[in-house]
Write a protein that binds this ligand. Structure first.
Ligand code: ATP
Ligand code: MG
Length: 475
């Protein structure tokens, strides 16, 4: 059952899934259900050459080697995996000895990365039972490894067996193991049936698993949005109540998760689920307030259109950046803060920059967006008023600005969202398409629309030459 107040559960529930029963085989940690090669669709032809090399070399050296995680899930669903993860009983040092192109990573070097050109295959040693996940999504070694005063390992119970490894994974569909020995799939937790039925079900008690690592709530949203999985009602129910636990997740980790969530071609669906579960207010608090206050504002429209555009670009294999993504995501918060007070005409750009810095600073407390993205985002936003009062040479200069293209894309969104007149965006579209000579003539004429017309929402517009005069805020 979903908690009260969540009525738009169509994406989360359907009759089939509420009645899902678990296959009795595969729920016992010591005896997996083994699906032989001739009963599943995973073919080596769809596994990357790098991952295959790693699997085979581990096997030839006498170790167990399995493909794990999202790759097995995706291959079962006949979709292309994003990356290939390998699990083995070889220790990281032993993995390193097998591959020249191998680097041990993580704060405590317990993961191996094997590189083949652009491809990196992550090799993890099976974890012992009861290892917890630390803030880097790696296993916290405290309490699992005892060293003597010279740093030598006295006791090491960090690593374990496949039977132990399976329980630390998040969803059943992410806990399938493809065995390179005989190409079978090992399933300890009923993940094979769940993957087939596209059900996301946390392994173990859902509330405990979210408390252990609140990012699992975002992972549930991501897999539901991206793969069209249904979150099982038992795994969905605790999310609204535990959403606040995202407040304790390090902002740098949230930045990584937000990128995965919004730059994987499913941004609109992901955003709807975040809103549905009450997660937005713990990720983008100022945006959540703005959207609650005016759900149909042009800024809210812009956010949605921006995410749609991002999804289209990802599907068309075009580049997407956190810079533009955060300009779009933060727009409702920015508008709300900016529109609260009137702005003197010659103070519009400085005021806009000040607001942008303030909104960004507040946002950084939740999601650490690196400066290399917030600085160009600031430029894109500050260029907006210049579109509205550019004539003659100023228009030409704007066309040459290094961030013109991204700023123009934002302008198009503002027009589509009804924040500025469409003619203004059209004027900039046409001027770019014209031959240089014609462009010179055209910019000598005034722009067709006057954005300062009464009745228009107070769009950030550029200053004239009048002296700055700040009016008191409206009551
Ligand atoms: P993607 O398609 O995005 O790569 P994935 O399921 O492979 O999805 P990864 O982040 O690559 O996700 O992680 C690989 C595997 O590690 C997961 O399938 C899961 O078994 C395990 N895992 C990752 N993050 C967590 C977590 N926070 N809690 C528990 N298990 C996790
Ligand atoms: Mg993966």
């Amino acid at each position: 059952m979903l908690p009260e107040g969540l009525t738009t559960g169509a994406v989360l529930l359907n009759d089939k899934n509420t009645q899902l029963s678990h296959d009795p085989i595969g729920t016992d940690a010591t005896s997996p259900r083994i699906v032989p090669r001739d009963e599943h669709v995973i073919s080596r032809a769809n596994i990357s050459p790098g991952a295959l090399k790693v699997l085979y070399r581990l096997k030839e050296a006498g170790y167990q080697a399995f493909l794990v995680g999202g790759a097995v899930r995706d291959l079962l669903l006949s979709t292309t995996p994003k990356d290939f993860d390998v699990a083995t009983n070889a220790h990281p040092d032993q993995v390193k000895q097998l591959f020249r192109n191998c680097r041990l990573i993580g704060r405590r070097f317990h993961l191996a990365h094997v590189r083949f050109g652009y491809e990196i295959v992550e090799v993890a040693t099976f974890r012992a039972a009861h290892t917890t996940i630390d803030e880097d999504n790696s296993v916290d070694e405290a309490g699992h490894r005892v060293l003597d005063d010279r740093g030598r390992i006295l006791r090491d119970n960090l690593y374990g067996t496949i039977e132990e490894d399976v329980w630390r994974r998040d969803f059943t569909a992410n806990a399938l193991y493809y065995n390179i020995e005989d190409f079978s799939v090992w399933d300890y937790v009923g993940g094979y049936v769940d993957a087939r039925d596209k059900v996301l079900r946390l392994i173990g008690d859902p509330e405990t698993r979210y408390r252990e690592d609140p990012v699992r709530m975002l992972r549930a949203v991501r897999f539901a949005a991206k793969l069209g999985f249904t979150i099982h009602p038992d795994s969905a129910a605790p999310i609204p109540k535990l959403a606040h636990m995202l407040d304790s997740v390090p902002p740098a980790r949230l930045f990584d998760e937000i990128n995965k969530l919004f730059l994987s071609g499913c941004a609109v669906a992901a955003f709807d689920l975040l809103q549905h579960f009450g997660l937005t207010e713990h990720l983008l608090p100022d945006v959540a307030v703005a959207l609650k206050e005016s759900p149909r504002s042009p800024a809210a429209q812009l956010l949605r259109l921006g995410l749609q555009g991002t999804d289209e670009r990802v599907r068309a294999d075009k580049s997407v950046t956190p810079t533009f993504l955060f300009a779009v995501l933060l727009w409702p918060a920015l508008r709300r803060a900016y529109d609260r007070v009137p702005h003197a005409e010659d103070a519009i750009i400085p005021d806009l920059l000040e607001t942008c810095d303030l909104v960004t600073l507040r946002q950084q407390k939740r999601i650490a967006v690196p400066k290399r993205f917030t600085m160009p985002m600031r430029d894109i936003i500050a260029l907006q008023p210049r579109f509205e009062r550019s004539d003659g040479k100023r228009a030409l200069r704007l066309l040459d600005h290094p961030r013109f293209r991204a700023a123009y894309d934002l302008l198009l969104l503002r027009a589509a969202a009804g924040e500025i007149p469409q003619e203004l965006a059209d004027w900039w579209t046409q001027i770019q398409e014209m031959p240089a000579e014609e462009r010179q003539q055209r910019i000598a004429q005034p722009q067709q629309s006057d954005p300062a017309q009464p009745g228009q929402p107070a769009a950030p517009s550029s200053g004239g030459r009048r002296r700055r005069r700040r009016r008191p805020p409206r009551a």
